[in-house]
Design a protein around this ligand. Structure first.
Ligand SMILES: C[S@@+](CC[C@H](N)C(=O)[O-])C[C@H]1O[C@@H](n2cnc3c(N)ncnc32)[C@H](O)[C@@H]1O
Length: 354
């Protein structure tokens, strides 16, 4: 059994299948016309349904073709030695033409071996970079350095039919949020007024706008480079309904008060500082997608904090959905909480009949 998906969605589908452990090994991936066919194994119906929905894919019963297995892990074990291969992180973040490895615990020579394997295993990757530190600062960027392949920091990354060009040193971008972007774009299909706070180069905003041409999407971003680049991404993706706004969400001065049917808040490190701004920008019934880092088991406390801010803003909230987005560190996870805001109508003072 194969998963049939358009070329534009192939990368995202492959990532999801790998994550779910359902990408068939030892069988060729096939390409026909504008479609890619991924062999499936360990099929879990619910997970398959998720991939079908997120990537607009379908199931195909085409005949399997035995493939040349590139044993990535096995090859690395013999090149690096099993001890090293098991003690360091041999995975990588994949941003189209660029792979970013975590060099923690590796010598420069071992980094090169890993990079060589990545280049050999994935024809789309032409550059391997190494993380040079954590994601940091207000702009949430990370230092990186060149390891092997073409010497560039410019990524061209495709996701769900959208394409993005950006310098990986100058802006935040994470391919790991691909599923969240697809999920929210689907939920926002019938909204009219959407605010994406902390918009970066615009992946949430552009994907929402592409699925919903009638919506007006306001995308607020502090980092000048990211905001300028968002103009470029809008042009590349031929969207006309995203309005980039360069500035601080805290300093919008009431410009968008009561505007939004839906608000996206993808700033997990410090998003709780902006809860009041979201309440101000929301219409009655607005849905908020709120991202945050929490300690394991910290979800009730986070929801309590949201409710407390709701009370202070004369609102109540109904939690619609929560999900762990990813593991962030040994102790912390990133979660998303979707909630609906209801404005509490003040009761009119009753007239005395006495
Ligand atoms: C974690 S990144 C998310 C970027 C983008 N939404 C994405 O998914 O790729 C958070 C972004 O918020 C921006 N940012 C941080 N503080 C901000 C503020 N007060 N107002 C507007 N943007 C801010 C940063 O520059 C950064 O680009």
């Amino acid at each position: 059994m194969h998963l049939k998906v358009s070329r534009a969605e192939a990368e995202a589908a492959k990532r999801m299948l790998s994550k779910f452990g359902m990408l068939g090994k030892g069988i060729s991936v096939q390409h026909r016309g504008s479609y890619v066919y991924f062999p499936l194994s360990n099929i879990d119906r619910r997970k398959v349904k998720k991939v079908l929905e997120a990537c607009g894919a379908s199931i195909s019963e085409m005949a399997p073709r035995p493939g040349k297995t590139r044993d990535y892990k096995g090859g690395l074990e013999s090149a690096l030695g099993a001890d090293v291969a098991h003690s360091v992180d041999t995975g990588y973040d994949h941003l189209g033409n660029i792979a970013v490895i975590d060099p923690d615990g590796m010598t420069k020579a071992q980094e090169k071996v890993l990079a060589k394997h990545i280049l050999a295993a994935n024809g789309a990757i032409t550059t391997v970079l190494a993380k040079g530190g954590p994601v940091e600062g207000v702009y949430r960027v990370r230092k990186v350095r060149h390891v092997l392949g073409k010497r560039t920091f410019e990524a061209r990354y495709r996701e769900h039919g959208c394409v993005y060009d950006f310098d990986v040193r100058k802006t935040f971008f994470s391919a790991r949020l691909a599923y969240e972007r697809a999920r929210i774009a689907e939920l926002a299909r019938h909204d009219r007024h959407i605010i994406v706070m902390f918009a970066g180069i615009g992946p949430f905003a552009i994907q929402i706008a592409k699925r919903n041409w009638a919506a007006k999407v306001i995308a607020i971003e502090l980092n000048r480079y990211a905001c300028r680049q968002m103009d470029e991404e809008i042009r590349l993706n031929r969207t006309t309904n995203v309005m980039p706004v360069q500035g601080d969400v805290k300093k919008m001065g009431g410009r968008y008060d009561g505007f939004a049917d839906r608000i996206v808040m993808p700033l997990p490190k410090t998003s709780t500082r902006f809860l009041d701004e979201a309440f101000a920008m929301a219409r009655d019934g607005c849905v908020v997608h709120f991202y945050s880092f929490i300690k394991m088991g910290g979800l009730p406390q986070l929801i309590g904090e949201i409710r407390e801010h709701a009370r202070l803003n004369s609102c109540s909230v109904k939690v619609l959905f929560t999900r762990t987005v990813r593991n962030y560190s040994a102790r912390e996870i990133e979660v998303v909480v979707d909630y609906r805001i209801n404005r509490i109508k003040k009761a009119r003072p009753s007239r005395s009949t006495a």
